[in-house]
Design a protein around this ligand. Structure first.
Ligand SMILES: Nc1nc2c(ncn2[C@@H]2O[C@H](COP(=O)(O)O[C@H]3[C@@H](O)[C@H](n4cnc5c(=O)[nH]c(N)nc54)O[C@@H]3COP(=O)(O)O)[C@@H](O)[C@H]2O)c(=O)[nH]1
Length: 693
């Protein structure tokens, strides 16, 4: 029994900690209330009743006694009423000196602690599983940037031995050339230990890969950063997609050159630099000559090849620091920076023009193009992006107007003219739908009989503000802007409709001549368009004549011959307009299936005054007759001219001497009063005085 001089029971009953006393035989001698509460059913304690402890406890007591230790602690899980509980038992001798005294057991319910421990273990396992099996890269580095941990995925990607990673510097592994990025990230984390994100391009075993690193500082209990955990994800595909989007948004897909949006950006940057450096900058606006023709004649594939070759040549003409961009169809803009003198821009433009005039060999075809260039200088011609581009564009128009294959510096004097031109272009776009266009008809007279054998349809534009405009003012603009296509179609449809009306009225042999401009002739689908109009209007094709200039035909004689043949097969007559002013190859002329040559009015004008002109007119008439062609003389204003032309066998004459171009109603009236095809009508008999215009 324990030493009875010490009131153990009283002492232990008073303390809140659960305790049990064993006697010297190792039997239960006493348990306080707290101990009872923990072990009511498991240990059959009964105050005052000595009983033996269960085997598991007896074994521990033996161990304790055998080793003669001062204290022995062990844990045991007990199935109690409240469920399984983990109890920590600590055995001590009641009296260290008097060994005969019993053993004191203090109990400590550590179930909660155990549960927490298990939860932690589970969580760590889960974490390990996650880290080891996921493709994201996980690293933990100390504040010096040395690895404390790295996931297997990281080791695999960077070819690192897992055994040897601890202590290695992370920066050289993930980006040997960009250590600064990591250092900066760490410094930033040091100040704001929240998180940060960096995208780093790393050399890995899989080649160059972009990794997006989310980094978070790990803080100690004092709030100091003690480590950094980084989770990296391979974002190479996203980066590539971003780059592709960027490429699409800023670069022209066909040529790979910067597009309009990037050009504006670059020009804006170049202007800021030029402004700071007080240097000159030039903007060159280029438009390819005959690009439309190349597309129409050779197809879009060759057109595309031409644009690509043009891009290459342009880049070869400028420095790598200059910008060559494609801003639309056949339009290019070049920014020349750091010019020492303005004339340098002119020299480069000349170099470009020369390069563009060289033969292009594309997909088995040989062709020539060319370019017209407008130049605007900073700061003289403008100091912002829009103004410089606008002025370079205007200068380009000036270059075109003064003959293709040239360059022009922007000139403020031409500015006003150009503005008017642009306004005219805008108005012309609306002219068709606003029904401001009409056709007048100028009679063509049989020089022998004086009867009308044809009428030339001539376009007129009743401008709402400017009044009546003659085609000389707007046909070139229409041609250059492509508006000639809808305009020309309108003319053809209107003329055919009127021709049909006159055919119905009985003028079956009357020929209505319609002018076809070069661009119209080169347009794709010209023949189907004419077929559709003939079908729609019911016009007899034999009553239709198309007038084409030499230049139109000589631009591409082979294609022209094929087109002319197709038109002839339909019964349409063909005439070469302004003959003698352009460049005609007689060998080609022989092959063109044409019906008539129209001698240009400049030769007719001086027929009676200039021996040369008279010789030219006589020669043209003789040659035409030999080739089996009819001749029409235009611009006949004097009876003398009529007499000579008639004498030389020129079958048809046209000019103010007989009639100016008149409205449809007036033309109908003229036809009615004239003895159509027979006799010389009084109204159209050659007059002694020119008709008033
Ligand atoms: N593609 C198209 N071109 C067209 C169309 N309509 C006209 N045009 C071309 O515009 C040019 C100018 O035409 P216009 O101002 O109508 O002048 C014509 C006549 O008025 C003028 N003419 C006729 N007789 C005389 C004359 O005795 N003296 C004189 N000084 N001028 C005269 O000549 C023009 C007709 O020329 P041409 O066509 O060469 O027969 C002109 O080049 C037209 O071709 C159109 O619809 N489409």
């Amino acid at each position: 029994m324990p030493d009875t001089s010490i009131p153990y029971k009283q002492v232990f009953s008073a303390i809140p900690a659960p305790v049990i006393m064993l006697d010297t035989q190792g039997h239960f001698a006493f348990a306080n209330k707290a101990a009872y509460q923990i072990l009511p059913s498991c240990i059959p304690l009964d105050d005052g009743v000595s009983c033996t402890p269960p085997d598991w406890l007896a074994t521990e007591i033996d161990t304790f006694l055998y080793h003669a230790k001062e204290e022995h602690t062990f844990e045991h899980c007990l199935p109690l009423d409240t469920g399984h509980r983990h109890i920590q038992f600590t055995l001590t001798r009641l009296d260290q000196d008097k060994r005969q005294n019993g053993i004191l057991i203090t109990l400590h319910d550590i179930s909660r602690h155990k549960r927490a421990e298990q939860a932690l273990r589970l969580s760590e396992e889960r974490y390990r599983m996650l880290v080891e099996h996921q493709s994201d890269l996980v690293v933990r580095v100390d504040i010096e940037g040395r690895l404390q941990f790295a996931s297997p995925s990281f080791c695999m990607l960077f070819g690192i031995d897992e055994e040897q990673l601890v202590g290695r510097e992370l920066c050289p592994i993930i980006n040997s050339s960009g250590q600064a990025v990591m250092k900066e990230a760490m410094q930033r984390l040091d100040c704001h230990p929240k998180s940060c994100y960096h995208e780093i391009c790393s050399q890995t075993l899989d080649g160059l890969r972009w990794i997006g690193w989310a980094m978070k500082g790990v803080v100690d209990e004092k709030g100091h950063i003690e480590a950094i955990v980084g989770i990296g994800r391979d974002i190479t595909d996203r980066k590539k997609a971003e780059q592709e989007i960027l490429q699409l948004a800023h670069y022209d897909t066909l040529t790979g050159l910067p597009n309009r949006s990037l050009l504006q950006d670059r020009l804006s940057q170049a202007l800021s630099l030029a402004n700071r450096g007080n240097v000159t900058l030039a903007v060159l606006f280029l438009d390819l000559d005959r690009f439309k023709h190349v597309n129409d004649a050779f197809g879009h594939q060759i057109g595309d090849l031409l644009l690509q070759e043009v891009s290459r040549r342009l880049k070869d003409c400028v420095r790598a620091t200059d910008t060559v961009s494609r801003i639309g169809g056949d339009e290019f803009v070049i920014i020349l920076t750091n010019l020492i003198k303005c004339s340098q821009a002119g020299s480069i433009a000349a170099k470009i023009i020369s390069s563009m005039s060289r033969l292009f060999q594309l997909g088995g075809h040989e062709l020539y193009s060319g370019t017209s260039i407008g130049i605007a200088l900073y700061p003289t011609d403008g100091n912002d992006v829009d103004t410089l581009l606008k002025h370079a564009d205007m200068a380009m128009y000036q270059a075109k107007a003064s003959g293709r294959g040239t360059f022009k510096f922007f000139s403020p004097e031409h500015n006003e003219k150009m503005l008017q031109r642009m306004q005219l272009e805008q108005a012309l776009r609306r002219a068709i739908e606003h029904q401001e266009l009409s056709l007048d008809y100028q009679p063509q007279i049989d020089s022998a009989t004086g009867s009308i054998n044809g009428l030339e349809a001539l376009l007129r534009w009743q401008h709402p503000q400017l009044g009546l405009l003659l085609p000389g003012l707007f046909i070139t603009i229409a041609e250059e802007t492509g508006l000639i296509i809808p305009l020309g179609e309108w003319v053809l449809r209107t003329a055919c409709r009127q021709a049909r009306a006159w055919q119905r009225a009985g003028y079956h042999r009357l020929r209505i001549a319609v002018n076809i401009s070069p661009r119209q002739f080169q347009q794709r689908g010209l023949i189907p368009m004419i077929d559709a109009i003939l079908q729609e209007t019911g016009c007899d094709p034999r009553g239709l004549e198309l007038e084409l200039t030499e230049t139109t035909l000589m631009d591409s004689p082979k294609e022209a011959t094929a087109l002319l043949k197709a038109l002839k097969r339909r019964g349409i007559s063909l005439a070469i307009d302004d003959f003698g002013t352009g460049y005609s190859s007689l060998s080609h002329l022989k092959h063109f299936p044409i019906d008539r040559l129209k001698i240009d009015r400049s030769f007719v004008n001086d027929l009676t005054r200039s021996r040369e002109d008279s010789a030219i007119v006589e020669a043209i008439i003789a040659m035409a007759h030999r080739l089996g062609l009819e001749v029409v003389a235009e611009g006949v204003e004097h009876p003398d001219q009529h007499a000579i032309l008639s004498d030389w066998g020129c079958k048809t004459c046209q000019g103010f001497l007989y009639s100016k171009a008149v409205s449809t109603e007036e033309a109908t009236a003229l036809l009615a009063t004239a003895q159509y095809s027979t006799g010389i009508p009084s109204t159209l008999t050659p007059q002694t005085k020119p008709a008033d215009d």
